[in-house]
Design a protein around this ligand. Structure first.
Ligand code: GDD
Ligand code: MN
Length: 398
C-alpha cells in the first residue's frame, strides 16, 4: 500500500477523472486555514493511496491570508476531482467540515487535516473496513494499540489526553480517540446527526457522536500522528474555550442556548468591571451614583463588546478597523439596555438598595436586553459583509 510520500504515481488521469461532482464514492473534506504549501503534496498523497475508489476532495478554506483558496482553485484544471469552498466572514474547523460534507453527494465522507499530520496510507483500510463491516464511522485513532502521537510536543499530548478524558465522560461508547480529526463516515450518519450538531470549535467527531440519538456503530484504526512540516497549529486558548462550550452545549444546550451561556459568562466579567468602576466612582471619588453608574455601564459595555467578539461571536469575529464601527453599533444597540440599567439602578439605590446590588441588578436587566439586540444587530450584520479589502464573497467553486 503506497505510503505517505508524495510523487506523481497515481495522479488521476484527466480523461477518466473528469467525472461530474456527485459521481464519486468518497468525498474527502479538508478544512484549511493557511495550508497553501500543503495542498499539492496532500492531493498527490491522496492520489497515490486511493487507487481503487472514485474520490473527490473538497477544501473548505476560511479566507486564509496565505491564499490557500486561490491556490486550490488554480489546481482544479490539473486535478479535476478537487473543489474549494471559500468561506468569507466566518471561521471554525467544525463548521467548515459540516459545510464541506453538506456540499457532497457521495455515500461516504472522510475528514482529514490539511497539514499532512494524518497518515493517509491507512485511509484505504479505514474506507474498506467501513464498507465491509457496514459500520457508520471508522476513526483514525492515536490511542488504540498500534497508534501513537509520534513526536508531538508533550504539552500537546497532555492537552489531548485531558480533552480525551473529558470527552469520553460524555460519550456512552468506548471510543478511544474522540479528539481525532481523521475519520470516514456514512452519509446516513451525517443525515441523522447534522441538525443536532453544535458545529463550533475543533472537535467535530465528538460532536457527531454526541449528536447521535442512538449508539454509533464504529471502529478505530491505529495510526501514528506525524509532525507538522509546514505552517502552524491553530489550536489556541480560544479553541480550548470552544471545546468547553461544546461540552456545555451537549450537557445543557437543549435547555439554554449556548450563545446565551457564553454571553452571560462574558456579562459576568463585564459586571465585575462594572462594580469595580461604580465602587471607584462613588466610594472613592465621591461622584453621584447616577454618574458612577453611567460611566460603569459604558466601561462594562466596552468590556462586553471585546470579549463577545473574541469568544461568543468568534465564528463571526469583527476584525481591523471595522471593530470601531462594530463598537459604535454595539453602543447604539446597547444604549436602550444601558439606559434601562442606569435608571433602574438609580431608582433602586434611591430606595435604599445597597449601591453594589443596585448596580448589579441594573446591569443584569441591561445584559438580557443587550444579548437579544446585539446578536442580531452588531454581529449578524457584520457576518456576511466581506472583510474590508478582502476578495468578493465566493461560495462553492468548481
Ligand atoms: N477552515 C478552517 N477554519 N480550517 C481550520 C481552522 C478554521 O478555523 N482551524 C484549523 N483548521 C484546519 C487546519 O488548517 C488543519 O488543516 C486542520 O484544521 C487541523 O488544524 P491544526 O491547527 O493543525 O490542528 P492540530 O494540529 O492542533 O491537531 C489537533 O486538531 C485536529 C483537528 O481536530 C489534533 O487533535 C488532531 O488530531 C486533529 O485532527
Ligand atoms: Mn495539525
Amino acid at each position: 500500500m503506497p505510503g505517505q510520500s508524495g510523487g506523481k504515481a497515481g495522479i488521476v488521469p484527466t480523461g477518466e477523472a473528469a467525472k461530474p461532482a456527485g459521481s464519486f464514492e468518497l468525498t474527502i473534506i479538508i478544512p484549511t486555514f493557511n495550508e497553501r504549501e500543503n495542498v499539492r503534496p496532500l492531493i498527490e498523497i491522496l492520489s497515490a493511496n486511493l487507487t481503487d475508489v472514485t474520490w473527490e476532495a473538497i477544501f473548505v478554506d476560511d479566507d486564509s491570508p496565505d491564499g490557500t483558496a486561490a491556490h486550490v482553485r488554480g489546481l482544479m484544471a490539473e486535478f479535476p476531482n478537487i473543489r474549494c469552498i471559500h468561506r468569507i466572514g466566518r471561521r471554525g474547523l467544525s463548521s467548515a467540515c459540516v459545510e464541506g460534507m453538506l456540499a457532497s453527494a457521495s455515500p461516504y465522507l472522510a475528514v482529514i487535516d490539511g497539514d499532512l499530520q494524518h497518515d493517509l496510507s491507512v485511509l484505504p483500510l479505514m474506507f474498506h473496513t467501513l464498507k465491509r463491516d457496514q459500520l457508520e464511522i471508522v476513526v483514525g485513532s492515536r490511542y488504540v494499540d498500534g497508534g501513537g502521537t509520534g513526536d508531538w510536543a508533550r504539552s500537546r499530548v497532555r492537552i489531548s489526553g485531558l480533552a480525551t478524558r473529558m470527552g469520553s465522560k460524555l460519550l456512552r461508547t468506548p471510543l478511544k480517540d474522540p479528539m481525532s480529526g481523521y475519520f470516514i463516515l456514512s452519509r446516513d450518519l451525517l443525515d441523522r446527526t447534522v441538525r443536532r450538531l453544535t458545529g463550533r470549535g475543533f472537535k467535530i467527531l465528538l460532536d457527531i457522536f454526541l449528536s447521535s440519538d442512538r449508539t454509533v456503530r464504529f471502529a478505530e484504526i491505529p495510526y501514528t500522528m506525524r509532525s507538522r512540516v509546514r505552517g502552524d497549529s491553530k489550536l489556541d486558548a480560544l479553541v480550548v474555550w470552544e471545546f468547553a462550550m461544546l461540552l456545555l452545549d451537549k450537557l445543557v444546550g437543549r435547555f439554554i442556548p449556548i450563545r446565551f451561556i457564553m454571553f452571560v459568562t462574558v456579562g459576568t466579567i463585564g459586571a465585575a468591571g462594572h462594580i469595580a468602576v461604580l465602587g471607584l466612582m462613588t466610594r472613592f471619588l465621591d461622584y453621584p451614583f447616577l454618574v458612577g453608574q453611567s460611566v460603569a455601564t459604558a466601561v462594562a459595555m466596552t468590556i462586553n463588546f471585546f470579549l463577545n467578539n473574541l469568544l461568543t461571536q468568534r465564528d463571526r469575529k469583527i476584525r481591523g478597523w471595522r471593530l470601531l464601527s462594530g463598537l459604535a453599533s454595539f453602543y447604539l444597540a446597547c444604549s436602550i439596555g444601558g439606559a434601562v440599567s442606569v435608571v433602574l439602578a438609580d431608582f433602586l439605590f434611591g430606595n435604599g438598595i445597597p449601591w453594589w446590588l443596585a448596580g448589579v441588578l441594573g446591569a443584569v436587566v441591561g445584559a438580557v436586553w443587550n444579548f437579544a439586540i446585539t446578536s442580531s444587530f452588531t454581529w449578524q450584520r457584520g457576518a456576511l459583509r466581506p472583510q474590508a479589502g478582502g476578495p468578493r464573497p465566493t461560495q462553492v467553486t468548481g
